[in-house]
Design a protein around this ligand. Structure first.
Ligand code: ADP
Length: 725
């Protein structure tokens, strides 16, 4: 973005404030006119007053100068005030536009943009342009107005000297022409790097548990220092080239000054110019030079300095709104059902295909559970139903109407969602529940809270419904936060309720209680609940099983068990593990061990002995239970919870898999002395059943038959994903 374009954008922001701008312009004209008159008056003072001995002319001129001075002083004060008001109005206008635009950008945009970068556009970029859009633009107008008055005046004083002055003008623009473009480009580069630093710091603040757990501090400081070095280099380049523009131009201004003085003095010496005219011309030229200098040394570098920030702000404002209403979008007055996914295929921007030809129907009043392994595309279905994205192929229909033809706000008024993380916004508990339906009364909010079985807990807080979410943070349990989110969802009396792992992160007793509430609130509505925990899906009217983005099975719990397919396999894997109500203890069923290839060949008695050696280990979210490069010393079964398996890749890490209830990893530890080839980190609070290497070896020694069984299995087994750990 060059200087001209920066100016053009700046003026566009001024347009809504044209009244202020006109008032400001009027106020600026007064001191400029005074300066011109001040210069011109020297001719009268010298030629008529002093050389012509005209005392009356001297007194008249002095009186007019005094009056002009007072007027100019008042006008300057007023201009300063109006300028400050305009600055505030313009920057707030940009903030308002940016924020409103952010609300309309797609979830896809947020998925691909670090939040620190967005915040930087609001803070440092905007701070950068605030001054140039207000004060500097006023300086620019002031100087331009001055030039417009004074150049004709110079011709009136003496056209020959005026010509010399004007012919020298192009030299003034030399700096801008030579260095302007490069200066603007390096400023943009600098702003990008500053935003990268902001994003890096922001991410660092949120991932501190990982930094501590992995001792990443030194590595991160080194990376940060490398970024700092880059930004320092960019700063020098940007600052120096901006100053080159200014210095180049102001040198031009000084050169003309010398020429005008020389030519003028020669003309006066030769009798072609009166002394008064020469004095007045030089005074006027000083004013013109000052204006030209201000334009080139102050205004232009400031515009360049702000061009980087302005470009980044414009970029954000021009981000297309991916999912928006069609021009003739229909408003849904009511939704009865069914809601259908008709052959939906979907790929995330820049990602691999996640859903392929998915057909799924939720009939009026029907509760459908969507289950399947991690990464099979369950949450993606919810995101499409919320129209965060549109399908690439196929369509989602509501009462036979394509969702793309429907006005978004009318669809959102009929749908509610509860996610795994109950995102509560800053504000009171009442505000958070009332968000479900604008204009809800206190009675309605309380009724929703009662339905979600959270009213009594809220009423017991000292400030009741007025408790601030931030303050209550520590006092609200995960289950209570989730119940507030449920109250918010239910207040809308939605036709379709979407539950995306809504209770997965809760301990078993709380999960069961919240699920009972949800079951009750679900009656008579269409519900799609996504869960990887099959016990929670069991009571659904219909269970749909996804695998690799395709629907592979569908039916009731009993029908699916009878089919002996993927659902049955997942069910057996999960139901063979018992977890206590508080989620702190668990037990693996001996028959479950048959699913682990290493133990598949064991006798029932041997499996029983093995099962008894597993120890329960509850772990918080965000903890690395197994770390890449560390000695492998145990085999893990996930009784409840969710983990990610990652390996170091370059400066960051790459995710290999997400594992959940009933999955296992780390089997290699039991077989040989080795180190972990990947890191496993909990995504939510999890309970593991752990078999230590030493306990296992001891068992093998005590029971030779068990050893034979294991060795046979080692020979027979093929490659499986848990070998990664
Ligand atoms: P599930 O809910 O069954 O665990 P998801 O629907 O969350 O599965 O994800 C399906 C696949 O889509 C995964 O491979 C995941 O990595 C990928 N994915 C999810 N969200 C995004 C995104 N915003 N951008 C790119 N890929 C994504």
């Amino acid at each position: 973005m060059g200087i001209v374009e920066t100016l053009r954008h700046a003026l566009r922001y001024w347009r809504p404030h044209w009244r202020l701008a006109l008032g400001l312009l009027a106020m600026l004209l007064v001191p400029q006119a005074y300066k011109s008159f001040f210069a011109y008056s020297q001719r009268v003072i010298v030629d008529r007053g002093l050389l012509g001995h005209d005392g009356a002319a001297l007194v008249r001129t002095a009186a007019v100068l005094l009056l002009g001075f007072v007027l100019a002083a008042v006008a300057t004060l007023l201009a300063d005030y109006l300028g400050a008001r305009a600055g505030a109005a313009i920057v707030n206008e940009i903030r308002r536009r940016l924020f409103a635009h952010l609300q309309r950008l797609s979830i896809g945009y947020y998925a691909g943009t670090p939040s620190g970068d967005i915040v930087a556009r609001f803070t440092s970029d905007l701070a950068d342009i605030q001054k140039s859009l207000s004060t500097r633009i006023i300086d620019a107008v002031l100087a331009s107005v001055g030039l417009c008055i004074n150049i004709p005046l110079a011709f009136i004083l003496d056209w020959r000297l005026g010509l010399v002055m004007v012919l020298g003008m192009p030299v003034v623009g030399l700096g801008t022409r030579l260095f302007g473009r490069r200066a603007a480009a390096s400023r943009y580069e600098l702003k990008q790097q500053e935003a990268a630093i902001a994003a890096f710091v922001q991410e660092n603040v949120t991932v501190q548990p990982v930094v501590k757990a992995f001792s990443l501090a030194e590595r991160l400081v080194a990376r940060f220092e490398a970024q700092l070095e880059r930004v320092a280099r960019s700063f020098v380049r940007a600052e120096f080239s901006a100053q080159l523009v200014g210095s180049g131009s102001s040198l031009g201004v000084r050169a003309i000054q010398v020429v005008v003085l020389g030519v003028g003095a020669a003309m006066a010496y030769g009798g072609h110019l009166s002394t008064g005219t020469l004095v007045a011309f030089l005074a006027l030229h000083a004013v013109v030079s000052k204006d030209a200098y201000d334009l080139t040394k102050k205004v232009v570098p400031a515009l360049i300095a702000s061009s980087g920030g302005l470009r980044r702000i414009e970029e954000l404002l021009q981000q297309p709104v991916a999912v928006a209403d069609r021009p003739q979008a229909r408003r849904l007055e009511r939704v009865e059902g069914p809601v259908r996914l008709e052959g939906v295929s979907f790929t995330y921007p820049g990602g691999a295909r996640v859903l392929q030809g998915v057909r799924l129907e939720i009939r009026p009043g029907e509760r459908v559970a969507l289950v399947g392994p991690s990464g099979s595309g369950k949450s993606t279905v919810v995101q499409l139903l919320l129209r965060f994205y549109d399908p690439d192929k196929g369509a989602i229909t509501v009462d036979g109407l394509d969702l793309r033809e429907v006005a978004l706000s009318s669809w959102y008024a009929r749908v509610s969602a509860v996610f795994q993380d109950s995102l509560l916004l800053s504000g009171s508990i009442r505000d958070n529940i009332a968000m479900g339906r604008p204009g809800a009364t206190q009675q309605e909010v309380e009724a929703a809270a009662r339905a979600a079985e959270i009213h009594d807990a809220i009423a017991a807080l000292p400030a009741g419904y007025d408790t601030e979410i931030g303050e209550a943070g520590g006092r609200l349990s995960g289950g209570q936060r989730q119940r507030i989110a449920i109250a918010r969802a239910i207040l809308r009396d939605p036709a379709l309720l979407l539950l995306d792992e809504a209770t997965s992160a809760l301990d078993p007793a709380t999960e069961a209680a919240v699920n009972a509430t949800l079951d009750r609130l679900s009656r008579g509505r269409m519900v799609l609940s996504v869960t990887h925990r099959l016990a929670a899906a069991r009571s659904a009217d219909r269970i749909v099983v996804l695998e690799g983005g395709r629907v592979v099975e569908s039916g009731t719990h009993e029908q699916l068990l009878a089919q002996k397919g993927l659902y049955c396999e997942l069910w057996e894997r999960q139901s063979g593990i018992e977890v206590s109500a508080d989620g702190a203890a668990g037990r693996v069923d001996p028959s479950w061990l048959a699913a682990v290839p290493l133990f598949a060949a064991l006798e029932e008695g041997a499996r029983q002995r093995l099962a008894a050696r597993f120890r329960a280990r509850p772990v918080e979210a965000g903890v690395a239970v197994v770390q890449e490069g560390e000695e492998a010393d145990a085999f893990y079964v996930i009784a409840r919870g969710k983990v990610e398996v990652v390996v170091a890749a370059g400066a960051g890490e790459r995710r290999l898999a997400v594992l959940a209830d009933g999955d296992f990893f780390g089997e290699v530890a039991l077989l040989r002395e080795t180190v972990r080839s990947a890191t496993v980190r909990t995504l939510f609070p999890s309970l593991f059943l752990v078999l230590e290497k030493d306990a296992f070896r001891q068992l093998l020694q005590e029971h030779p038959a068990l050893r034979e069984g294991v060795e046979a299995a080692v020979k027979a087994r093929g490659g499986r994903r848990w070998e990664a750990v």
